[in-house]
Design a protein around this ligand. Structure first.
Ligand code: GLU
Length: 505
């Protein structure tokens, strides 16, 4: 890629606004962004909205928001504008019309007047006689006069690329070397539809050229149609960009990660409380690796070390479990506690939690971090820190029952403490366990159940200290009243999940 280094590097992400922002868009954007930044170049966001049937009006904003969330800020976009504005293809229709007309005039494209039914018939006939699928190029044989006349009379037509029938088209892919496709296999692709809206093929080539895109980084699903694009560059006499067809992200079955089948929406990851840094790091390891093999690295480090040459082509399996593993690492080891708290706040607020004291929030998060992998889990598991009216799980009820006498004793012991910091509480609990000659768990489990409603929670001394003396005693007292009111509970609530069933104490 050294011959390109004299030009300013320009990359682009060109999503079609059709639905949920897809992880594939983040994947391509990451490599676009990293390479552009490394080369002192530009990264453009262009919205390819020429497919009006699949157009979804909210989708553009969601892509913009997703890139912001990821921290992959484009240098030019529909939102911030730029020297190549507009950045929505439907606002650039005149440009495509101009180039389509140019191709018509030079004989590199032709009008085709077939109706939908005729096209279907042609397709069927071709299939029957083993000539492949698509279109047989018959309208190419219309004389210029006839074509002009029919167009002037108002007959609907599309404009198709007149692909050479002989020879081959060479795609110089930076990852795959030379890919040769016989021209007989390249269709006379439609460039302009009958409503004057271009297809992806024409629009992408025109825009990449006029926007000065030097490196087209996109998924390998576009490789089969790349000859159409290469032929267009050649026909216009434009310099081709460097083609980089990236391996696809796959699901566990080895199939392309799909919007319908797989959890592949960026919004969904965000809602689950995946942090952007972790997602980027994980995506960076999909088909690429650091020269020193490090698993965890920042975007900055990637920018320093990145080379397309280190991409491997197999395609990587995108595994939610691995993503969560990366996320846990970022939450526990990379981001500082204040940053995690900032990220967690919107989740807590959405759950209706409130807190007066910032330190309380930090303590809660700190004690739960080793037990959670996402911010959504953090929210779920921290509920008892923000509300006193939690339910007891079935397991917790059993532990309370078994430990009633310890709870009564501990209520007395703990109420005697003048100081309620970790050491005081911990010593008091240990001494009690020793004096009773019982196992630690026999005391801690009922206490944990009393403080949290659950048996799955952090260490009891930590819990008690974070909750504070009065709330700790209150919760123990409430558990005792609950036990005194008589078990089993006479108003059981509908169980939610296995261990979450409960009754209000
Ligand atoms: N609009 C295409 C898409 O939705 C862009 C493909 C390309 O990058 O050329 O993926």
């Amino acid at each position: 890629m050294s011959q390109e280094s004299l030009k300013t590097v320009v990359t682009r992400i060109a999503p079609s606004p059709t639905g949920d922002p897809h992880v594939g868009t983040a994947y391509m954007s990451l490599f676009d962004y990293v390479f552009a930044k490394q080369q002192g170049g530009k990264f453009i966001l262009r919205i390819e909205d020429t497919d009006q049937k699949r157009y979804n009006p909210e989708s553009e904003q969601r892509v913009i928001d997703a890139l912001k969330w990821l921290g992959l800020a484009p240098d030019e976009s529909p939102e911030i504008g730029g020297p190549n504005a507009p950045y929505r293809q439907t606002e650039r229709l005149e440009l495509y019309q101009k180039y389509a007309n140019q191709l018509l005039e030079s004989g590199h494209a032709y009008r085709a007047f077939e109706t939908q039914e005729e096209l279907e018939q042609i397709r069927e006939d071709m299939q029957k006689s083993g000539l492949g699928q698509g279109y047989d190029g018959r309208a190419k044989r219309l004389s210029k006069e006839e074509s002009d006349k029919r167009a002037a009379s108002g007959e609907a037509f599309v404009i198709r690329l007149a692909t050479p029938t002989e020879g081959e088209t060479l795609i110089k892919d930076a990852l795959r070397g030379e890919v040769r496709i016989p021209n007989s296999e390249v269709p006379d692709a439609v460039l302009m539809k009958s409503d004057g809206i271009p297809t992806y093929h024409l629009a992408v080539v025109v825009d990449d050229h006029v926007m000065g895109v030097t490196h087209v980084v996109r998924g390998e699903e576009w490789l089969p149609t790349a000859p159409v694009h290469v032929l267009l560059y050649q026909t216009f006499g434009w310099q081709e960009p460097v083609w980089i067809h990236m391996p696809l992200l796959k699901n566990a079955d080895g199939k392309k990660l799909s919007k319908r089948r797989d959890d592949s929406s960026l919004d969904s990851y965000k809602e689950q409380g995946i942090v952007a840094e972790a997602l980027l790091n994980y995506l960076a390891t999909m088909g690429w690796s650091m020269p020193d093999g490090r698993e965890f690295f920042s975007l900055k480090d990637m920018i320093k070390q990145f080379k397309f040459e280190r991409i491997s082509l197999g395609g990587s399996v995108f595994d939610m479990k691995r993503l969560r593993h990366y996320n846990a690492h970022y939450l526990r080891e990379v981001l500082d506690l204040e940053t995690v708290a900032e990220r967690a706040k919107p989740f807590f607020e959405a759950a209706g939690y409130s807190w007066k004291d910032e330190d309380y929030l930090l303590d809660v998060i700190d004690v739960l971090l080793p037990r959670i992998e996402t911010l959504a889990e953090l929210t779920e598991q921290s509920a008892y820190f923000f509300s006193d009216s939690f339910n007891y799980t079935e397991e917790a009820k059993r532990k309370l029952e078994a430990g009633q006498k310890h709870l009564e004793a501990l209520e007395r012991e703990l109420s005697r403490l003048d100081f309620f910091d970790f050491d005081d509480v911990d010593d008091a609990l240990r001494e009690y366990v020793k004096s009773e000659s019982v196992k630690m768990g026999e005391v801690m489990m009922p206490l944990r159940a009393a403080l949290t409603g659950s048996t799955q929670a952090p260490g009891v001394s930590d819990l008690a200290v974070i909750l504070g003396k009065s709330r700790t005693l209150e919760r123990i007292g409430r558990a005792i009243s609950y036990l005194e009111a008589g078990l089993p509970d006479d108003k059981p609530q509908k169980p939610k999940k296995d261990d979450e069933a409960g009754a209000t104490p």
